[in-house]
Design a protein around this ligand. Structure first.
Ligand SMILES: [Zn+2]
Length: 224
């Protein structure tokens, strides 16, 4: 299975799904953001990065009122996420959703999705808030920085909570154009997007408008 994934992943721009072996997440809820910034910092400045650690900078969360994106379940959803994720370059877009059942193919154990060598990621809110949330997010960020799946460590296709990156992977990450540099050193930016479904139906407002007009109309009739 991992060989198939590696073969797929060798093409730049392909998607890679992250999977969880055990996940009892079926109920729908609103998406929410959980990011452990110090935890992500630790992943991208671990020993294998030597004297070139990478700081992870989290940008303010942006809301996306797009109920259909709460569940990422087809290529149309992915295309939509891709378009605004790439627009935020060199920041890496991270979309928080309820569930993902499609990422370069259907699957009911998918918890994250990332474009290899490009700036978009999608993660499930509930899993992100779990003890393995940081390894999920770091894994998807790893894809955007050009990494493909490995047998073990952070980039294994199934999430076991490992955060390990090899020196080879650290060097590869430093080749990514999403890694920026200023006087303080190297850094990457992550731009979280949270999908919301604000229930303000236009028909409700029209109904309210109609009631007001009716009252105004009856008053008008009474005074004449
Ligand atoms: Zn993956």
């Amino acid at each position: 299975m991992s060989i198939r994934y590696l073969a797929r992943a060798s093409v730049r721009g392909f998607l890679a799904a992250s999977l969880a072996l055990l996940l009892g997440n079926s109920a729908a809820h609103a998406a929410f953001v959980t990011i452990d910034e110090p935890g992500l910092d630790a992943v991208f400045s671990q020993k294998s990065f030597g004297n070139k650690p990478i700081d992870v900078v989290i940008r303010p969360t942006r809301e996306l009122n797009a109920p259909h994106l709460l569940e990422i379940d087809d290529q149309y959803d992915l295309n939509e996420v891709y378009s605004f994720s790439t627009a935020s370059k060199p920041a890496i877009g991270m979309l928080f959703v309820d569930s993902i059942t499609y990422c370069d193919g259907y699957g009911h154990t998918i918890i994250g999705c990332g474009w290899i060598g490009d700036s978009g990621t999608i993660v499930e809110s509930v899993f992100s808030a779990s003890s393995k949330g940081t390894s999920l997010q770091a894994h998807e960020i790893g894809h955007t920085l050009g990494l493909t799946h490995t047998e073990r460590g952070l980039m294994e296709p199934y999430n076991h909570g490992s955060l390990e990156l090899t020196r080879w992977e650290a060097r590869k990450i430093h080749l990514s154009d999403l890694v920026q540099k200023d006087s303080d050193g190297h850094f990457i930016e992550v731009s979280p997007y949270v999908v919301t479904a604000v229930p303000i139906p236009a028909s409700g407002l029209l109904l309210l408008g109609g009631v007001v007009a009716l009252v105004a109309g009856s008053r008008l009739r009474r005074t004449t």
